[in-house]
Design a protein around this ligand. Structure first.
Ligand code: SAH
Length: 244
């Protein structure tokens, strides 16, 4: 083969193999576009108006928190299954609950129900003090691994029953519960700071619940019902107690 033929061959090979990158069609670009559309059509088009929440939702790579075979659906307008029969909430619900927490940088937030770690990652874009509790050991371990791999080092995950909160780091400026409870666990209310916000689905753990926002003013909880939702049930200590 002559020199110029060899050069031409090399040029063709370089072009063929770099084409997807040049056209911006690699997987991460595709997911970034899907994420952008999700923010536009599912969040801005509804009532998500907080710029910082929109930015967090537009940045956290939701597709990396679900199984590879579900990645292409990660930015669709519905919840998705994760391991152990649990679910990762619909993007809109994640954004709405986050918006109600009204987090400022440096505030401490506690999540009950780490699941895949996605909600915790979204919170980590808003503050560097995120604590998350998961009752299922395997999920706690996998979520911690995923979060570390993606450099969400500001999230601390604990394998425990979240009913009791996380005394060591209390009080919290905000608490988010991502599993359905038939009553508000008293330890969580206790660990909420004065002026703090707690968002939790309360109601029948088998059917629908009411997303409930509790704010603590002068030591007393003020309750506001937000919307009907359907979450997987909280398990553990809560099932030993009657609805209150
Ligand atoms: N926020 C998660 C999804 C939560 S699904 C995400 O972004 O992926 C609800 C999770 O709550 C499940 O993983 C379930 O195991 C967990 N859970 C149920 N009861 C719990 C309890 N008492 N304490 C902590 N986690 C609990």
């Amino acid at each position: 083969m002559k020199n110029d033929q060899l050069l031409r061959l090399i040029l063709v090979l370089v072009l063929v193999f770099s084409a997807p990158a040049l056209s911006g069609d690699n997987d991460e670009d595709v997911y970034a576009r899907k994420r952008e559309m999700m923010v536009l059509r599912q969040l801005k088009a509804r009532d998500i108006t907080d710029g910082k929440v929109l930015e967090a939702m537009g940045t956290a790579p939701r597709h990396l928190f679900v199984s590879p075979h579900l990645r292409s659906q990660a930015y669709n307008d519905y919840p998705l299954p994760i391991d152990e029969g649990q679910t990762i909430s619909q993007p809109y619900i994640v954004a709405l609950m986050t918006q109600y927490l009204d987090l400022k940088q440096g505030e401490k937030v506690l999540e009950i129900g780490t699941g895949s770690g996605y909600q915790a990652a979204v919170l980590a874009h808003l503050t560097d003090k995120v604590y998350s509790i998961e009752i299922r050991e395997k999920l706690a371990k996998t979520a911690q691994e995923t979060l570390s791999k993606l450099n969400y080092d500001q999230v601390k995950v604990k394998w425990a029953d979240g009913y009791f909160g996380w005394e060591e780091y209390a009080p919290f400026d905000a608490i988010i519960v991502t599993c359905a409870a038939n009553h508000i666990p008293p330890p969580l209310l206790k660990q909420l700071k004065e002026g703090g916000r707690l968002i939790i689905p309360v109601g029948s753990t088998l059917f629908f619940q009411t997303l409930t926002l509790v704010t603590k003013t002068n030591g007393k909880p003020k309750v506001r019902h937000v919307l009907d939702v359907n979450f997987v049930p909280m398990v553990g200590e809560i099932s030993k107690k009657k609805g209150q």
